[in-house]
Design a protein around this ligand. Sequence first.
Ligand SMILES: NC(=O)c1ccc[n+]([C@@H]2O[C@H](COP(=O)([O-])OP(=O)(O)OC[C@H]3O[C@@H](n4cnc5c(N)ncnc54)[C@H](OP(=O)(O)O)[C@@H]3O)[C@@H](O)[C@H]2O)c1
Length: 285
Amino acid sequence: MIPTITLGKTDEKVPVLGQGTWKMGLDPAIRDQEIAALRTGIEHGMTLIDTAEVYSEGESERIVGEVIQDCRDDIFLVTKVWPTNGTYDGVRRAAEGSLKRLRTDRIDLYLLHWPSADHPVAETMRGMRALVEEGIIRYVGVSNFSAELMQEAIDALGDIPLAVNQVVYHMKNRVIEHSVKPFCDKNRVTIMAYSPFGAGSFPEPGSPGRRVLDEIGAKYGKTAYQVVLNWLVAQGNVIAIPKAANPKHAAENAKAMDFRLTEEEIARIDEAFPLPENDFVVRRH
Ligand SMILES: NC(=O)c1ccc[n+]([C@@H]2O[C@H](COP(=O)([O-])OP(=O)(O)OC[C@H]3O[C@@H](n4cnc5c(N)ncnc54)[C@H](OP(=O)(O)O)[C@@H]3O)[C@@H](O)[C@H]2O)c1
């Protein structure tokens, strides 16, 4: 059973573990396996699915569209607009393209994928507002945003809550803990932790940090990957969205919440993977 969390200042309850889809659809040879993995995740309760218009040039959204056809109402669907489309009209065009590829009539949560180098946050949020008013999207969020930029988005959205900031958060990258997460906690913006396994840089077997994760996992009959997901969610106000193209991984990830790390174990993990000194740096696209 995967616990739920209330999304930002909305009344929406979503599971604390969802499924990422970055790079899905790139290799046609593993398409069926990717579909099977997403279906396995859904069967195990990971009904929040994260994708983006830019992933695999739309192929990732097409895969998600195929997967959700027979269960759309059970899914909390998250997709993202690329910042070059962040004008008032561009956001609408991008959302319409995503709806087509996803073969659905609504997006549950629509995120601005990165801060834009060209378009003011206020304009993109004005576009988002219009989509909410028309029922095309249900909730609005951002991704890769600093505290300052989140404040701009909140001001621009007015009475529509900024529901989510999707940011990189894993054992080797805890930079959001300096200013991004405190802002989110204070303003009730839910953190969606992306690349929870470090996108290929998971602590190596035998490394000091991995030994800590393995030892703690052994006590609960869990893997280091499950310990990491549990640790991320234990930070509070966090949803984690691991990506698994392998159905076995998807099933394993879904079983990461049926144990509770003790305070001592959390402190041990914190010590093994210390906070970096630098704060979050804004990158624009
Ligand atoms: N907003 C943004 O800018 C942004 C940026 C990056 C990512 N994201 C989102 O976050 C999602 C997750 O991040 P990510 O794709 O970067 O990487 P990730 O979830 O940190 O890691 C994915 C890797 O972990 C492996 N894995 C998954 N479960 C495992 C398990 N139980 N045991 C062992 N290995 C396991 C996967 O292998 P298999 O695939 O073989 O199962 C894959 O190689 C993305 O898919 C995307 O939806 C958003």
